[in-house]
Ligand binder design. Structure first.
Ligand SMILES: Nc1ncnc2c1ncn2[C@@H]1O[C@H](COP(=O)(O)OP(=O)(O)OP(=O)(O)O)[C@@H](O)[C@H]1O
Length: 276
């Protein structure tokens, strides 16, 4: 198992009160797998990813990468966040943004150049090397953020609601891009989303989290064919069954949570997904 989360608990310690965000999470991801995490709003998805990425220290339990306990950002891991606007440096060209982590890795110039070229071509941005992020659309900026992660050649790619801020059409394209890159690069991906359809479309497995304080509610095997496309996969009856099942799980998780802990906008969003 490449990535393991064992008995992970995270309590935020404030001056006045403490928030138990994650109670007890245990799961593993095999090398080369694409696993999605879904759960009700505020269930601790971002907290979990930050613990796995070594950006936050768990209160107890641990995350292990290749058998080694994560205690700071591990070298073989890259993270793509939702807010591409904040993750790219506006004063740097697309090329320089993608190259930045490779400089920190102290790779030779020629290697850096070819990794940047390959990564930008892979995300369909082969001709925008000299542009600045602010000259690009939101979807293109997120492609740059993905290219930066890919160029770094990580063993594990963590993605935290990376497509939440782009329009539906771009989102569909980016979902296909992720499946495509995953096939080509054989990278291990842990993908956090609040969108049930997205989780079922992308994942080989979907881990459903409970409301905070969070535990794993269910680990669902997505037994859809590996070749997926937006039109056919989403109209497959098995796809509909899986999304309904996960939707019901999340609704049940929300009912079990304390009142006032859910987010009305997200609830409406979830309901819309199922009614579409
Ligand atoms: N720095 C912090 N201090 C105190 N509490 C926090 C902090 N960060 C998050 N929390 C709380 O921990 C819980 C989990 O938050 P987190 O952002 O990890 O959830 P999430 O599932 O990613 O949320 P969303 O679905 O809105 O993206 C929430 O109750 C949140 O209010």
């Amino acid at each position: 198992m490449l990535l393991e989360v064992r008995g992970l608990r995270k309590v935020y310690q404030g001056k006045e009160r403490q928030v138990e965000a994650i109670r007890d999470l245990t799961f593993g991801v095999d090398a080369g797998d694409l696993v999605c995490l879904v759960g009700p709003s505020g269930c601790g998805k971002t907290t979990l990813l930050k613990c796995i990425a070594g950006l936050l220290t768990p209160t107890s339990g641990e995350a292990l990468l290749d058998g080694r306990r994560v205690s700071g950002p591990p070298p073989g891991m890259a993270v793509v966040f939702q807010e591409y606007g904040r993750s790219l440096f506006p004063w740097m060209s697309v090329r320089d943004n993608v190259e930045l982590p490779l400089r920190q890795k102290k790779l030779p110039r020629a290697t850096r150049r070819s990794l940047v070229d390959d990564a930008l071509s892979a995300v369909g941005l082969g001709d925008t090397h000299d542009a600045y992020p602010w000259q690009l659309s939101g979807g293109m900026q997120q492609r740059v953020a993905i290219a930066r992660a890919v160029a770094y050649q990580p063993d594990v790619l963590l993605m935290d609601e990376p497509f939440a801020a782009v329009d539906a059409q771009t989102r569909a394209d980016l979902e296909d891009l992720i499946r495509d890159l995953w096939h080509k690069l054989a990278v291990t991906i842990l993908f956090v989303t609040h969108d049930i359809d997205e989780a079922v479309y992308l994942g080989q497995r979907v881990i459903v989290l409970s409301s905070s304080p969070t535990v794993v509610r269910e680990d669902v095997d997505i037994d859809l064919p590996d070749a997926r496309d937006q039109l056919h996969t989403r109209s497959d009856s098995r796809f509909t069954e899986l999304r309904s099942h996960i939707y019901a799980q999340i609704q049940a998780a929300k009912r079990e949570s304390t009142p006032g802990s859910t987010d009305a906008a997200r609830d409406t969003d979830l309901a819309k997904q199922v009614l579409q």
